[in-house]
Write a protein that binds this ligand. Sequence first.
Ligand SMILES: [Fe+2]
Length: 287
Amino acid sequence: MTPKVQAFFDDQTFTVSYVVHEPEGRACAIVDSVLDFDHASGRTGTKAADVIVDYIQSNDLKVEWILESHVHADHLSAAPYLQKKLGGKIGIGDQIVTVQDTFGKVFNEGTEFQRDGSQFDALFKQGDSFHIGQMRGDVLHTPGHTPACLTYVIGDAAFVGDTLFMPDFGTARCDFPGGSSSTLYESIQKILALPDETRVYVGHDYKAPGRDQYAWETTVGEQKALNIHIGQGRSIEEFVEMRDARDATLAMPRLILPSLQVNMRAGQMPPADEQGDVMLKLPINKL
Ligand SMILES: [Fe+2]
């Protein structure tokens, strides 16, 4: 089965969202959506999400799944907005409970913040499968960037989230709480064990030195041959040394604090206060 894949690039956060649908038929899934967020004003917006809504409505598609590859630290998820407009079930990795526990503590969330993943409609683990109409999706647990990262393999297309990026850009950072470069190395081996012709769709693109265009689609074969961090059979020792040294130089993503508070709740804002206002926290010197 060769699913149709439509990409949507958000140039504010360099995120690629996808709609993956049956070659014949109406069933589809949305992968890694974006809710616009202006940090300076605290305002949300749905411009990016509405492009996806338009695509789905104009192609008369039926949303069965709204999938998250992980709890993103650089953009807010539009999953609840899309679910309200289009239906579908929101899915994420079952290790979300680890992420909720970690960041429940960072943000001093009280007992009303459930740390059991119950905000999501489905929690997937390694080896699970699901259906989008007639298409089958298989779940690979690919932690390292975060403990809950998943790769969704749908037909001949793998949605790898933040594990591998384009071959000329390399791999995802592993320095967030719960991240591990040696774990990411092992996870990437699972992706590279897929057939060489498997299409690989990455979760972000930042261009690479010498490249003018954004890009997001490659193959397992190209990753094995060309990935600058892990291609050509790079050893785990070499990878870990390179990754950890590089991560030590990276700043935190601009939207990490709002993103985590919202995304660990499946894209919902925290509960409103007595006045009905919604507030996000800014923990000082904690991350
Ligand atoms: Fe990420």
